[in-house]
Design a protein around this ligand. Structure first.
Ligand code: SAM
Length: 339
């Protein structure tokens, strides 16, 4: 099958699907309490794509070449019956055979209850967000006083259920950067790849400042001071994380450096919001409505044509253009689109 290319020659390969804009955490860099409080209007139930509608859209994306689907949110595990969605997606047969790679990003708070059902439903792997091992710092970052121990138990439950686990830590200067070696030490030699993420100017509510970003180069240097690292070549052209291997053989870490080392050139990701809007960049201000045609009875061919026309016109490469001025432009919220 000929890959579907955008205007910059990038194929459509990965779809991220947000299944809810709600979350049980209020991470200060993502859903600050002052903004996402009682007055914030979250999507209503009828506005959300149903699990069947999501599966149908994913099936059309698979026909166009998507092979990896990441379920995200908000917090995807607060969406009722999300394991049924995994079952529906696992049943999709992409053209050319095989099955979809199904990943899920979660804050880990509900993994202990859900890991086994997710694995049984056909989930391929899980990424757990965990910004600090220091209980006080962690509770302050999630801002709902959630203890770090319960996330660690969630990681253990996922591992016990046979799910490969990656751990994502957003690094914000002054909030958790003191804990970089602690995180590295905890996951060295466990088989779980730890990935550090530069704090990004997503959305318009987190008061992002460049001074709060800890550059990838500094992250790698600070870990290397304890355990020397060497670079590893990327396993796929659209990888988000640059890989580093411990010289002593205790595994590897990744660094997602969207701010200091943008990777738009390899971006093969489309993003679907919980209400069915398609975004072609994490930093876009507007999405394309798929829910209306879906609910008005569009056929799969008509939906595919709409997706083709959106993707083939895509030119986004925000991270390569970022300046202090663009950082203040209106953009879709991370909690709405899911990363
Ligand atoms: N609730 C799920 C979770 O915690 O993983 C999925 C959604 S969350 C929006 C996805 C990821 O985005 C998390 O790893 C979170 O830490 C990250 N994130 C949120 N805001 C960010 C920011 N401003 N910069 C970098 N990463 C951010």
């Amino acid at each position: 099958m000929e890959p579907l290319l955008d205007r910059l020659g990038r194929p459509l390969e990965t779809l991220r699907v947000s299944v809810t804009d709600r979350c049980n955490f209020r991470c200060v860099y993502c859903m600050p309490k002052e903004v996402f409080g009682r007055d914030w209007s979250f999507l209503e139930r009828k506005e959300l794509l149903s699990l069947e509608e999501i599966a149908r859209v994913v099936g059309v994306f698979a026909d166009l070449g998507v092979r990896t689907v990441r379920i995200t949110g908000g917090e995807p595990l607060v969406r009722r019956n999300v394991e049924h969605l995994i079952e529906l997606l696992a049943a999709i047969e992409p053209p050319g055979g095989g099955r979809l790679e199904l990943a899920l990003t979660t804050n880990g708070s509900l993994l202990t209850q859900k890991a086994e059902a997710l694995a049984e439903a056909g989930l391929s792997r899980v990424t757990v967000s965990l910004d600090s091992l220091d209980d006080e710092a962690f509770r302050a970052m999630n801002d709902v006083d959630f203890p770090v121990q319960r996330v660690l138990e969630g990681i253990d439950a996922a591992t016990a259920a046979g799910l490969p686990v990656k751990v994502n830590a957003v690094v914000k200067r002054g909030a958790n950067d003191e804990d970089l070696p602690g995180l590295a030490e905890r996951f060295r030699g466990t088989g779980h790849v730890l990935r550090f993420i530069e704090y990004m100017d997503v959305g318009s509510t987190n008061g992002w400042r460049l001074e709060d970003v800890v550059p990838a180069e500094e992250i790698v240097r600070r870990i290397s001071e304890h355990w020397p690292l060497e670079p590893v070549s990327a396993d796929r052209p659209d990888a988000t994380a640059r890989r580093w291997r411990y010289l002593d053989g205790a595994g590897e870490i990744g660094v997602v450096a969207s701010v200091t080392q943008p990777f738009c050139g390899g971006c093969s990701r489309a993003r679907l919001s919980a209400e069915g809007r398609l975004y072609t960049c994490l930093f876009a201000a507007r999405g394309h409505d798929l829910r209306a045609p879906l609910r008005l009875g569009a056929s799969d061919d008509e939906l595919a044509e709409r997706l083709r026309s959106i993707w083939t016109r895509r030119t986004d490469h925000y991270s390569e253009l970022r300046t202090a001025e663009t950082a203040t432009l209106p953009k879709v919220e991370m909690s709405y689109i899911g990363g």
